[in-house]
Structure formats: C-alpha cells, structure tokens
Design a protein around this ligand. Sequence first.
Ligand code: AMP
Length: 588
Amino acid sequence: MKFLELAIVLDRIEQTTKRLEMVDIISEFLRKVDDEIRETVYLLQGKVAPDYEGIELGVAEKIAIKVLSTITGISEGKIEGELLKVGDLGKVGEELLKNKKQSSLFYEEMTISKVFRSFLKMAGESGSGSQTRKIQILQELLQNSEPIEARYIIRIVLGKMRIGVADMTIVDAIAIAFGRKEDEDEVERAYNIHPDLAEIAFTAYNGGIEALKSMKVKPGVPVRSMLAERLPSLKEILEKMGGSCAFEYKYDGLRIQAHKDGEKVILFSRRLENVTSQFPDIVREIRQNITAENAILDGEAVPFNLDTGEMLPFQEISRRRGRKFDLDATAERIPVVLFLFDILYYNNENMMNRPYAERRLKLLNNIRESMKLRIGKSKILSDENDAEKFFTEALEAGCEGIVAKNISEKSIYRAGAREFLWIKYKRDYQMEMEDTVDLVVVGAFGGQGRRSGGYGALLMAVYSKEDGLFRTICKLGSGFTDDQLNNLPRMLRPYLLKEKDRRVDSIIQPDYWFEPGKVLEVKGAEITISPTHTCCRNIIKEGAGLAIRFPRFTGRWREDKNPEEATSEEEIMEMYHSQKKKVLPDNP
Ligand code: AMP
C-alpha cells in the first residue's frame, strides 16, 4: 500500500481529539493494509521497533534542515527561521515541498514497506560515514515525497510524531479490526505481557483474537509492571486486604525488571526502556547469583553506601543516566543494590498467575543473595500498630514507605494493572532540615568493602542538658574523604573504651564504644521519627525517638567545642517542630 494513504490517515487522526474517532480511523485502516500491518503499526506510533528494543533513528534537526535545504534550494538559515515561527519541522518541510515542482524523472513510488525499510536502514547505520549515509536515505525519501508524506517522514526521523495516539487506542483498534469491541480486554492482556503492538496486530491479523490467547511471557521481552493503588491510612489498608496482608519496604530508587535468558541479562525500567548499559554491576550480579536457565524478576535498584550499609537518596541514581562512558567507574563510586520483590518467570515456568505466597517462596528459595542483590523486606501483619512500626522502620532505613500486598488466593501478578492487590502507603511530605548540627562520636561500626579494617560509620549523639546523657541520633558514614576515613581510627583511639560509657544512652550496639569527646558538624535531609535512636525517646511518640535522615559529614571537625557544647536534645526537639514541610511530588 502507498505510504501516501498512511500519511492521509495520520492527518485524519491529527485532526481529531476524540479517542473513539481515532479508534475507528485506525481499525478501518488496519483491516485494509494486509501484510504491511507490522510496519503500519510501528509507523502509527512514529517508531521502527518497540521502545524496549531501544532502536532510534538518530537524526538531528540540523541534519533534516540540511537535507531540506539541498532538495529545495532554500538556505538553511531561512528554514531555521521558519522552524522558529512554526515550531514543527514536519510542517515546514511540507510547505517547502508544496512550492517545489517534483521532478518526475526520479520519482519512485513509495509504499509503506519501502519507507519503513529506509527508516530501518537509517537506524542500523553507525560508525564512520553513518551521518552521510543517513542524509542520503532521508534525501531520497523526501525527494520522492508528496508534501503531506514529508510532514510525517520528517517527524518520524526526528522522533517527534506527536499525533496523540496512545497505546490503548491502538489496542482498542486492533480488537475492533480483528474481532469485536468486547475483545479489548484480550488484546490488552496480550499487550501487558508482550508490549509490542505491531507484533500483537500481526498475530491478530493472522489468527484472529483467538491467536492472542496463546501469546506467552518470554524472557527478553518486558512485561508491563504491576502498580500499586493508594489508601490514606494503614487501618483502611488492612480492612481492604481482609484483615491481614504482607507489608514490604517501599524502596526509593528505580524500578528494574531483570531478565535472564541463558547468558544474556537485560534490565528494563518501569517505562520498559532497556537500561542494561547503565548497570553493568547488576548484570554481573545476576549472572553470578541466579543459576536458573531463565528468569524474570521485579525489583528496585537503590543507591547504596556499601561500606556503611546505608541507602542513599534516590537522586544519586540519576547521576548514572545518560553516561555512556566510564560506567564501571560510576558503578564503583555510586553503587546500587537491587532489592528484588517479585518473580514472574523461573526456569521456563510462568509464575505470574501464582499467588503472592508462592512467588515469595520461590524468590526466597531460589535467589542467592549477595552484597548487591538482595531480597526486599516483607512481613505478614494484621495489627495496625505493628504495621505502623514497620512503616517507621522502613523510613528510618531510608525507604519512602511501605507497600501492602494481598496474600489471598487471587493475589496474582497483574501486569500493567494498578489495583488494590498492592497498596502503597508513603509519606506525602518531607520535613526540611535547614541547619547543621554538631554531634558527638560515641561509637563506631567496622567497615566493609573498601573500608574494611577501618570504620565504616560512626554512631553519633546529641547531649541532653537535662540529665547529662548523650543520646544517639544517627549512624554517620557519608561525606568523609578517603583520607579522613583512614584517619578516623587514629583520631578516635584516645577515646576508645571496652564498653559503653555510662553517660551514653543507646539501644544500638556498635562494634566499638568511645568516650564522648570528638564533635563533628553534620547536615541531614530531615529529622524523622525513629524506632532505634534514643534522642527524644518517648516524647513525641511512645516507643520511638528522633533520627537524622541521610546524615552527611560537612568536613568540619568542631575542635572548638567540647561534647557538652554539642547540639542538645532540646534543640533537636525545637528543630523537629520548626522544620519546613516540603510536599513531595506525587509518584503515580
Ligand atoms: P507507584 O509507582 O506509585 O505505583 O508505587 C510503586 C512503585 O514503588 C513501584 O513502581 C516500584 O518502583 C516501587 N517499589 C519499591 N519497593 C517496592 C515493593 N516492595 N513492591 C512494589 N513496588 C515497590
């Protein structure tokens, strides 16, 4: 079929904002295109492959302008000027071609498959001379284009199709084209486990809706992630779950769906982009620790301080994005731990229709944990107070909340669904700690990894003026330079004790105790309720104290202060109350 017909359909879609009208236009066209159905569906979405394959045409706007200039004889500067006015190079190209006489001598008929093949060829070009070859292909396409075709060819090569066709609109169109409207759910089911609409349309075209039922989960092809609903209180969550459910830490990082297929490991993001190259360390970890022939695992990658065992703020992970070079070095500097919380496929067995308990057991029994590959924390609870305690623990560990998971027989892994089988409960605001505090070193933890032999983190305390005690408020392991870390044992040796100083009030047991002496300046993200620290214990909340979240050494030793002059417990209480509320962005 002529590409021109597709261009006309794209234009009709662009003219409407009504979804049902789009569904009609698309389904009618899908029935007509015959064996060019795959190509048509990709082009409708402005791509040449599903997103998870990560294939891009890689043409910059500047190049497209150059090609337009060559074939129309109009200067690049003038075209750039038009682009500034119109804001869409597709439209600019279309107008330019309208004013240009086509030379029939070179005219070659453009079918959907021919145009598609040209795009694929462009995508496949790499290395030296690839830009020139891409320019040639684009030039050839545009020389043979009608103006309206040029509009879409330019938009597709720039990756800016923007005609507003959502994936679900195509799902519905496929149902109507090859079945009935009622078949939408069946098409969606197939799409959820195999999010390649072209493949789905092709299967339905060949075998009808029935054929979609036999589409199977396949390692290497991402499954659409299951999502969580939200409820405002733990009481409502427990009620909704029938009185009892599994609560899991809600790790604050990047959702990762890890696929192992033989020796191949592929990592997908929540948006199903292939992010394997950003996490060479996780790939290695999966290869080493998962013995199954194939597997699909769901989890969250969290930036982590391996030396202190602390989770780091989520923002650290974004530093890895977009870095093509030096990824191994980045992985070393900003390590991540993958916390697994679900298993979808294991050794050729689809686990998605099994209830939660069975999947959890499979995870526990088959995944060998390592430093960077761990299984997420989970607890079955039926009491609201216990759930509240678990929530506070999760926050203190650096998580953003908890996720409740249904444990009944119907608790399957529902790909692509946001339902009440999973319910998230997180804080909707964070306090902002504005000032630094001066804390006293009262203990230390032996380091691991690069810090082995030395100290990995220090146990820090504030001073209570009222009863003369030092009460713990955080573990401090971030912000030190290598030199400072190496020096810690020497600096703290004069204060080393065999057992806890009588003036120290601590629930935590560090590896080493110190006499309160050294004072450090610390900046944190916020002051939070803590089940493990003794600062302000039982004052704000029964059974809990206050802690500093994400503490960092500022680099300043307060040699001018003796421990009794450190920040006091009373000051922390004031700071807690005067913290500014920062509303957290919703993460739907
Ligand atoms: P939401 O995206 O708001 O629906 O919340 C669910 C997100 O929390 C998932 O997409 C994961 O990235 C993240 N998450 C962290 N820990 C868990 C967990 N234990 N179970 C499910 N999701 C989790």
